[in-house]
Design a protein around this ligand. Structure first.
Ligand SMILES: NC(=O)c1ccc[n+]([C@@H]2O[C@H](COP(=O)([O-])OP(=O)(O)OC[C@H]3O[C@@H](n4cnc5c(N)ncnc54)[C@H](OP(=O)(O)O)[C@@H]3O)[C@@H](O)[C@H]2O)c1
Length: 255
């Protein structure tokens, strides 16, 4: 049976870094899931036959079913599932459209959950699920309120899933990075250059996440800076942290 990895958001900043890590693993094929055909073609020409492109809009339930159909057809042995695709917007909550709210919840929460349901029956002892949450799941964060809330969902769900899958020898790791230098981060907003304390490379996050998944950790937190944030969120009142965060970020959002 073909040993495969499934990676969503393969065409993005962190996705490409995960792809490079997966290419080092004992895997026959990497199913690279993305929306954009040109970007998927680029991956295929760069990395060759090992990449199996799956064009799919992960905000569209009927398209997500294509992944299930493929799994049922090919019956692979899934060694890695990395639910990495995600959406974020820094804004006052009141300025979100209904469509933006639905899509953010869909891609950050529902789709990774559904994909886990499809894939787990095709996993075996030693298989790894990595769900990309965020350090913004450590406490509520005004002005990225929706994003932060969806990442709380993904972290909580992933850790419980890890517990439930223990008897099968399958692990699920909630990856909780701080700021990563990718296109997701707008460098300027509301006429102001945004500062990203503790910014790291996607390569560093991906390497640490795979290492932690292999160590069977239910959470992966990269860099001392983010580990400190995690500890602070446990020991300081969350209202204090929200206040510091809110005051720092308010200048970047429009009324
Ligand atoms: N950057 C950060 O500071 C940061 C921090 C913590 C956690 N994260 C998380 O890390 C993950 C990867 O983000 P990134 O920083 O690498 O961002 P990115 O460079 O913007 O990549 C996002 C990826 O998600 C895909 N995607 C978005 N909407 C999609 C849809 N409807 N259907 C299919 N694919 C879709 C994009 O595909 P297209 O190319 O087709 O748009 C792209 O491959 C996300 O879950 C994010 O929340 C990021």
């Amino acid at each position: 049976m073909n040993k495969i990895a499934i990676l969503t958001g393969a065409t993005g900043g962190l996705g490409k870094a995960f792809l490079k890590e997966l290419l080092k693993e004992d895997i026959d094929q990497i199913w690279a899931v993305g929306r954009n055909k040109n970007k998927l073609d680029e991956l295929c020409s760069k990395y060759g036959d090992k990449i199996f492109p799956v064009q799919c809009d992960l905000c569209d339930e009927s398209e997500v079913k294509k992944i299930l159909a493929l799994i049922e057809e090919k019956k692979p042995n899934v060694k890695f599932l990395i639910n990495n695709a995600g959406m974020a917007k820094m804004s006052k909550m009141i300025n979100f459209t209904e469509d933006e709210i639905s899509k953010t919840i869909e891609i950050n929460c529902k789709t990774p959950t559904i994909i886990c349901q499809y894939v787990i029956p095709y996993m075996s002892k030693g298989s790894r699920i990595l769900n990309i949450s965020s350090a913004s799941s450590f406490q509520p964060n005004p002005y990225i309120a929706l994003y932060s809330a969806t990442k709380v969902y993904l972290r909580s769900y992933s850790r419980s899933l890890n517990y439930e899958l223990k008897e099968k020898g399958i692990t699920c790791t909630a990856v909780c990075p701080g700021w990563i230098d990718t296109e997701m981060l707008k460098k300027e907003q509301n006429g102001k250059k945004i500062k990203f304390p503790g910014l790291v490379s996607a390569e560093k996050v991906a390497k640490k996440a795979i290492k932690d998944a292999k160590k069977e950790k239910d959470m992966s937190v990269c860099t001392l800076f983010v580990k400190n944030e995690h500890i602070c969120s446990k020991f300081f009142p969350q209202k204090w942290i929200m206040n510091i965060w809110g005051k720092g970020v308010k200048k970047y959002v429009e009324d």
